[in-house]
Design a protein around this ligand. Structure first.
Ligand SMILES: *[C@@H]1O[C@H](CO)[C@@H](O)[C@H](O)[C@H]1NC(C)=O
Length: 177
């Protein structure tokens, strides 16, 4: 359950006008392909030691029905688990919805090699926010880091700690023949 909430949160943003310049709303077609979680921040009620776990890359892809999906290969004791989360573009540009109608904002930084995903949810009767800086590459980019830091400060000024997780390669799935 924690993993699900965590991944839903990461895969995704909230509140009209929640984003600030110089961010521009992303369309589904523009976010397709592979991404890395460069940094993230949030005030979710989960133990903090989990928060610095290494994270594999993820991808937005179209499934056989043409629907957008968030995908991440997760290394678990029982093997490599393909996590898939269908997403639907919301009415407002730059918003995406899950089956549970969680609303996620995805907006590009200038240059479109980085984007910020933002989600606000409720757990145990408390609101929480989660946001991530996603990048097409693992190259350092000080501007992207600065913009993300400013964004985090507007959202969670009190606990604005930013986590830069170690990266791991995606595990290999055993393909069905
Ligand atoms: C998951 O693993 C499969 C098979 O190894 C690979 O083709 C796919 O790109 C991986 N997905 C992600 C999001 O890394």
């Amino acid at each position: 359950m924690q993993l699900l909430a965590f991944t839903v949160g990461l895969g995704l943003l909230f509140v009209a006008g929640a984003m600030m310049p110089p961010l521009t709303p992303a369309r589904a077609e523009q976010i397709l392909g592979k991404w890395h979680i460069r940094s993230w921040a949030g005030n979710m009620p989960i133990p903090s030691w989990k928060w610095s776990d290494p994270l594999p890359p993820f991808a937005f892809e179209r499934n056989s029905l043409g629907d957008l999906e968030f995908r991440m290969n997760l290394t678990k004791p029982i093997g490599c688990i393909p996590f898939k989360l269908p997403l639907y573009e919301g009415e407002e540009l730059g918003t995406f919805l899950t089956w549970w109608r969680h609303l996620i904002y995805i907006h590009f930084l200038p240059g479109k090699n980085f984007a910020i995903a933002y989600f606000r949810g409720k757990m145990n009767y408390r609101y929480y926010q989660i946001m991530m800086l996603m990048g097409r590459t693992l190259e350092a980019d000080l501007d992207a880091v600065r913009i993300f830091k400013e964004f985090v400060e507007t959202k969670i000024p009190k606990t604005g700690e930013i986590i830069t997780p170690p990266h791991v390669e995606a595990c290999e799935l055993v393909q069905d023949s």
